[in-house]
Design a protein around this ligand. Structure first.
Ligand code: BGC
Length: 428
């Protein structure tokens, strides 16, 4: 057994909209509940983590883990523009206090894909006004709760909009309907099965947000160059207000990163992807304290573009099962980033928990090697603590260390949770 340092953070991650339930003031709630929705199902009560967080955090702790990454929901804190909800602050204060009582280090994300509905009506993630709005929200949260939060991820997967733009462009140019429920080209749950309903969907969306459907810019909309820059400005604004209120809080951002590998002749493709996914953001994160790395798989390029590996083993999401991708990404990131790294997400959707156990063991073996090579990694939070709402793909996907029967909301911890805790206690 090769132990991790005692201070090394090992735990699991969630996001508010995916687990809490009844996020009724959010843009996702609108998108899930309109006629012709692209969502396979609405999130509804989700897994009722809002009321059951104690049980969930306790399961994580009892397994032996020492860290929990979760997000604070902007749509709860500021359900209508400028009106901040003190009761919701108290809710998150209790969640944070419970983490500390249980020696669980909280890693808090301030924005994990979902936004208040009003923000989208105001122009959303392509409007300059969002910088100021996001700054105000961050300021409020940190002024109230800052002393309880050691690590803040300002924005989850800041590069996701750009990845979605690329996929949308590729899909339009091919003009194919793959006929599958998911799109294996993107790691987050997108439903590409609904092309026929697009028009109806956008009309209903426009009505719900009260704006021209062409101007709807949620966080998971395809992002323009200007929008990409805007996200970075939001991040810089957030860092500035957080540091002003409480300079002790460690601030970072997270990126969705593939392990890009090249066969002879594929190098230029890989360089382009690495630049677009990560390197061009570096100037905006130089003053951050840590970087959140999120990885689920790899992509391989040859002289003619992407190639699929032979005998590819697939996850339930449809992309390659390849836990070694994490170490690949860490080695690439470390060439360009010397400050601490937290692996804020890494995981697999599968119905066979043995596959998850194998995934975690192989991924963490790679992390251990990277640490021995001198890479500054301080934590790992598996995605996800619970089986949860995988965005447009609904509840079919099962990433969790804990299964949930949503008719009773009873929790069923899986062997993989025990294994993760064991690794924290004894090493890999
Ligand atoms: C997101 C999560 C999502 C996970 C699995 C990440 O892109 O941050 O919200 O559930 O991947 O697809």
């Amino acid at each position: 057994m090769k132990p991790f340092d005692d201070r090394f953070l090992i735990g699991a991650a969630t996001a508010a909209h995916q687990v809490e339930g009844n996020n009724v003031h959010s843009d996702f709630w609108v998108m899930e509940n309109i006629p012709g929705s692209m969502y396979k199902e609405p999130s509804l009560d989700a897994v009722d983590h809002y009321h059951r967080y104690k049980e969930d955090i306790k399961l994580l702790k009892d397994a032996g883990c020492n860290s929990y990454r979760f997000s604070i929901e902007w749509a709860r804190i500021e359900p209508t523009k400028g009106n901040f909800n003190k009761n919701e602050i108290e809710h998150y204060r209790e969640v944070l206090a419970f983490c500390h009582e249980n020696n669980i280090t909280p890693i808090v994300t301030l924005h994990h894909f979902s936004s208040p509905k009003w923000l989208i009506t105001e122009g959303g993630w392509e409007s300059e006004k969002t910088i100021e709005y996001f700054g105000k929200y961050c300021n409020y949260v940190v002024a109230e709760l800052g002393e309880l939060i050691p690590y803040i991820c300002t924005i989850n997967e800041a590069n996701m909009g750009k990845q979605i733009s690329k996929i949308t462009k590729r899909m339009m140019s091919k003009n194919t309907d793959k006929g599958s429920h998911s799109n294996p080209d993107v790691q987050v749950g997108l439903n590409v099965d609904m092309k026929a309903k697009m028009e109806e969907y956008y009309r209903a969306l426009g009505e719900s947000f009260g704006i021209d459907p062409r101007n709807i810019q949620t966080f998971l909309s395809p992002r323009t160059e200007k929008g990409d820059l805007l996200i970075m400005k939001c991040h810089e604004k957030a860092r500035q207000v957080i540091k002003r209120v409480n300079p002790d809080i460690k601030v970072g951002i997270t990126f969705s990163l593939y392990d890009y590998q090249s066969l002879p002749g594929g190098e230029s493709y890989v360089e382009k992807e690495q630049y677009e996914d990560f390197l061009h953001y570096l100037p905006f994160i130089q003053d951050d304290d840590f970087l959140g790395v999120q990885n689920y798989s790899r992509k391989i390029y040859g002289p003619d573009g992407e190639v699929k590996p032979e005998n590819e083993r697939l996850t339930k999401m449809g992309y390659e099962y390849y836990p070694e991708a994490l170490a690949g990404v860490l080695r690439f990131v470390a060439k360009n980033w010397k400050k601490p790294i937290i692996i804020t997400e890494n995981g697999v959707s599968t119905d066979q928990d043995e596959e998850r156990v194998e995934f975690i063991e192989r991924a963490l073996t790679g992390v251990h090697q990277c640490i021995n090579e001198g890479i500054n990694i301080i934590g790992y939070t598996y995605w996800s603590l619970l089986d949860n709402f995988e965005w447009q793909l609904g509840y079919d996907q099962t990433f969790g260390l804990i299964a949930v029967d949503r008719t009773t909301q009873i929790r069923y911890p899986k062997e993989s949770l025990r294994v993760l805790g064991e690794i924290k206690k004894s090493g890999i």
